[in-house]
Design a binder for this molecule. Sequence first.
Ligand code: GAL
Length: 368
Amino acid sequence: MKKKLKKAFAVLMCVTFVAAMTTGCGGGSSDSGSAKSEGTDSKAAGDAAADAADAAGVDVKDAKVGISIYQFSDNFMTLYRTELVRYMVDELGFTEGNITVQDGKNDQAEQTNQINNFITSGVNVMILNLVQSSSAPQITDMCNDAGIPVVYINRQPDETESDRWESEGIKATYIGADAKQSGIYQGEEIAETENKGDINGDGKVSYIMIQGDPENIDAQNRTDYSIKALEEAGMKTEELLLQRGDWDQVKGQQITQDALTQFGDKIEVVFCNNDAMALGALQAIQAADRKVNEDIYLVGVDALTDAVQNIVDGKFTGTVFNDYFGQAQGAADLAVKFLNGEEVDAVNMVDYIKVTGENAEEILEKIK
Ligand code: GAL
């Protein structure tokens, strides 16, 4: 992973430029360019596994790629898809016009349609950020029957599904980051503060938890493991509120505002499953005249630039870098392996990095 992250950071010079053209990168065209499956005609049709192998030998510059992101308006996934397209075109030699990136609009039926259209248009490989990871078995079968390999990103299908890819030789794989690790880092960040999160000294850490979409394993694991880590560090905890904020800044703001009205000074820690919601929480905290790191702690995940800047400025306690460079580049590399007919592991993980006052400046330099 270190190597991958270094490589990722080596391309950061391009990121500022790419960030400015996020929208443009989001929508490759679907019809331009052809993607002939060179050297694949001799493969036997019918058998699904053999069909999947048909992708082998496709030249990267001719390969047609279908990408669907669960929702374009998600801040983190915007950074991710921007880097994904940039890396594929600038560093791997894909043709931009052969890459179609679609917005799943947080609607599985809509996204399933897009995937059906990718199949009809004859893409050579798909990179999919599913709206519902529970749809993976159905989507995998659709793609496998059509002989198209799939790289799943960001939302991990359950283990039964990824085990099936291995046991049945299905050309599907997942790349992401282990959400348990990000939860543990959040808990540790609170445990590392001077009073271990117990600001009022009553022997327990009273917190609110703002959760992402609870269908999502990232939301489940961050919620559970942040608290487990704090308890493992010897602290008792009290959950004042657990509410879903769907990864959304406005919801994070609203939930925190209401919670501050209801629980006031009792709240010692605001745990947010991601930075977008934590940025919303910060707005509510400031509006209520509370001071982060003095009378309340606040942690998120992702290391969005604004969040890391807030750590440098003392307005956020911590976050966790969700390495979208490593994940996006890894996803594209896996797609190329499929195109080359190579074997890949079913599950591929990239490490998270803890971000606190101690290393925030350094991380900021690397991501901004
Ligand atoms: C998480 C990320 C969130 C959100 C979510 C979407 O990994 O931390 O900010 O993007 O993925 O599935």
